[in-house]
Design a protein around this ligand. Sequence first.
Ligand SMILES: Nc1ncnc2c1ncn2[C@@H]1O[C@H](COP(=O)(O)OP(=O)(O)O)[C@@H](O)[C@H]1O
Ligand SMILES: [Mg+2]
Length: 195
Amino acid sequence: MKGKAISIEGLDGCGKSTHAKLLARWLRASGHRVVLTDEPTNGVFGELVKKVLKGELKLPITAEALLFAVDRVQHVKNLITPSVNAGKIVVSERYVYSSLAYQSARGLSVSWVRKINKYAPKPDLTILIDVPTRVSLARIGSRKLDEFEKDLKLQERVRRNYLHIARQEGLKIVNGSRPRGEVQAEIRELVGAIL
Ligand SMILES: Nc1ncnc2c1ncn2[C@@H]1O[C@H](COP(=O)(O)OP(=O)(O)O)[C@@H](O)[C@H]1O
Ligand SMILES: [Mg+2]
């Protein structure tokens, strides 16, 4: 039997890593085989994306968007699809919706970003952990901000884009400002409903 692909989206500091780990632990305890993964990946293209995020590699924003898309194609072909086909539950921290929200906030057209990501299959479930930008930035605290995080206005545009895409595409929006136990309980309910 096929497994499931779940993606977790939201601003840095919204709680993606925290909740992906708690979700994986819960799923494993209920006997599922789980692959916990994230984007950008640790592959060759993912490492290039990380350099862009750190400001070590300067590229035109179109080239950046293409690089994210190439990294994702590799992620899908090498890990996500084979794992789902083997019956596993893949939980990915960030996926195609990150590109739609961030790259369009940086001035690219959403339709073009969608086009270059057409090889990324839609996950069975995508959860957007939504928090106001002041909450996400406060949680990041002293963690070094990358190029994309520096600009509060950009963060606000990303959040608006995420909410817009979520409504358009039926992603599940979870209010991430609440205590983590409450947030995780809602996430488990959403995941439980697709298993
Ligand atoms: N619901 C929550 N309430 C308070 N703090 C949280 C909550 N969820 C996560 N955090 C804290 O916020 C910080 C960022 O969380 P993290 O899971 O790393 O976010 P992300 O992966 O989205 O960047 C961490 O220090 C984490 O412990
Ligand atoms: Mg994280």
